[in-house]
Design a protein around this ligand. Structure first.
Ligand code: GAP
Length: 535
């Protein structure tokens, strides 16, 4: 993971936000290569899910044909949206405070190990926020310090093999908190709402308080009727949206995996309640296939169905697509996308008032005065089937993906090291980002072999032609072998080289990043050749 993080910074994929001021935790900036990669991922999603969808035929394995449309709504919405969606009351994490260091941690994210010091017959749980690779060393260092042991006495303590999060312990009495010198400094876990609060207008009273959206989904639900009336779509249909979401994560960590500002790519798919289970299965499998088609290996991906007790308040079924991110312990996976069956919770809550998720069938949650705790919009969000005349509240299947987590997974998957000959034919280790051509920030690089004999002129002309069709890079500086290496690290799938032969027969060499295979193509055919390869 360290190598990936360092390459991301060195080559301009990702930078820490506000780095010159020491950075700000949980916020990341995409550099010149990163922005292209992220845009390509979002565009691939938008094309494959929304704009490229053919509603006239049923896609493979779909229960039938369906329509897909897009939406782009605001980040700040009416505060009632978050009351009816359940986020105001229920969107929280459990956190613990350390009475000694005054730091706050997410209860389920502080990891550690049991350490036993036989001479004192004492067993303590040493916790740390260190990465999984350095966790054991960090636990040992802290335990030695706690027991006041010197390096030569290291074998007097024994450390358990199992790494645990503190929420799995019966009590935190024996815990040495990540920044504490004493045991038992953590408070009982408390709830902490993850929404960023902000204020509308200049007066700034509590009535003007609202939130930055923690998910893009709610903007789709509150526009359901607008979309239905304006585009005349018929059930089943989906509305997709890509945009920023904000969550005040207590312990943002693992590079961009858990950020406070991130982008989501969400679909709310509306269907008849009787059909919702088959559509849920369809979307679950289709979304999994999307990741493998773009290059994530099926060995590193799993589909995990949630247990009943894990389900979100609105869900009757959820599956997560998870990826074996390299910062996780062996055998653990991190969520890339959730596919949730949300039933009619959202549309009914926005219509009638927030539903009580504990009731079956769900009823509006009542306040102390016996009226709805959070009033709905009162708008009719039902659907009338024109053929059967049946009126009902559609059920929703929601494939909800994170663009930043997607980028991170593709970066981790792409990173590889192999051997390739340098310009003297000597085998050298090379770092190569094996990104799918659709995702690659730069599709091709154009080089004149040397900076003379008319080669730069031809190369520039080819570059100009290619630029009209794709993102390409021109480089004439330094040895050609070094130019190849730089493009390998950037994930550029093809390099076009103008050489001596080009002057005679008007052909160029094209080199494949992964196989290192080279072939010659007529200059006039370069655009067609590369266009067909980067689809
Ligand atoms: N509308 C449902 C919803 O938002 P979620 O599982 O909370 O569900 C969906 O989020 C996806 O958004 C996740 O699978 C993940 O890819 C991304 N995501 C959520 N929180 C994130 C965070 N703090 N940083 C980066 N991505 C995040």
């Amino acid at each position: 993971m360290d190598q990936i993080v360092s390459l991301c910074k060195r080559r301009g994929f990702l930078f820490q936000s506000s780095e010159i001021y020491g950075g700000i935790q949980g916020f990341w900036d995409y550099g010149p290569l990163g922005v292209e990669l992220k845009r390509n991922l979002k565009e691939a999603w938008w094309h494959d899910m929304i704009s490229g969808h053919n509603e006239l035929v049923a896609p493979a394995n779909a229960p039938g044909p369906f329509e897909m449309v897009g939406l782009d709504c605001t980040i700040i919405m009416h505060p009632q949206v978050w009351k009816c969606s359940g986020h105001y009351d229920l969107f929280h994490d459990h956190m613990v405070d350390c009475r000694e260091s005054k730091k706050r941690y997410r209860f389920d994210q502080v990891r550690g190990r049991w350490v036993e010091y036989a001479d004192r017959s004492q067993k303590i749980f040493v916790s740390t926020l260190a990465d999984i690779e350095t966790e054991l060393d960090e636990v040992r260092r802290r335990a030695m310090k706690f027991f006041r042991l010197r390096n030569k006495d290291a074998d007097k303590i024994s450390i358990s093999n199992e790494s645990l999060t503190i929420d799995r312990l019966d009590s935190t009495k024996e815990v040495l908190a990540p920044d504490a010198k004493n045991l038992d400094t953590l408070t009982e876990p408390r709830e902490f709402n993850l929404m960023f609060k902000t204020t509308l207008g200049a007066l700034g009273g509590e009535n003007d308080a609202t939130f930055l959206r923690p998910e893009t989904a709610q903007g789709i639900f509150v526009n359901f009727k607008n979309v239905l009336d304006s585009s005349r779509v018929k059930l089943p249909f989906g509305i997709g949206q890509v945009g920023k979401s904000f969550r005040n994560e207590i312990t943002p960590r693992n590079f961009t995996f858990r950020s406070r500002e991130f982008e989501q790519m969400e679909i709310e798919f509306f269907c008849h309640p009787d059909q919702s289970q088959v559509w849920y299965k369809y979307w679950r499998d289709r979304r999994m296939a999307w990741y493998t088609k773009l290059g994530l290996s099926s060995e590193s991906l799993i589909m995990r169905e949630h247990h009943q007790e894990e389900l979100a308040h609105y869900s009757v079924g959820t599956a997560d697509i998870e990826y074996a991110f390299p910062f996780l312990p062996e055998g653990e996976y991190g969520e890339l996308e959730g596919i949730a069956h949300r039933g009619d919770f959202d549309l009914r809550s926005h219509m009638e008032g927030k539903l009580n998720p504990a009731t079956r069938p769900m009823e509006v949650e009542l306040g102390e005065n016996g009226k709805a705790k959070y009033r709905g919009s009162g708008r009719d969000l039902t659907y009338r089937d024109e053929v059967t005349n049946e009126k009902f509240v559609p059920h929703v299947v929601e494939p909800s993906a994170g663009a930043d987590r997607g980028v991170l997974a593709f970066l981790c998957e792409a990173y590889s090291e192999d051997k390739a000959p340098d310009e003297k034919g000597k085998m050298q280790t090379r770092t190569v980002m094996k990104l799918h051509p659709r995702l690659a920030p730069i599709k091709a690089a154009v080089f004149p072999l040397v900076k003379k004999d008319g080669m730069p002129e031809i190369a520039r002309e080819i570059y100009g032609e290619l630029k009209k069709h794709m993102n390409v890079f021109y480089d004439e500086k330094g040895a050609v072998g070094r130019r190849y290496r730089r493009q390998d690290e950037a994930g550029t799938p093809y390099c076009v080289t103008v050489d001596t032969e080009s002057l005679n027969d008007k052909t160029v060499t094209i080199r494949d990043r992964d196989t290192l295979e080279q072939w010659r193509v007529k200059i006039d055919d370069v655009v067609t050749d590369l266009t067909s390869r980067i689809q």
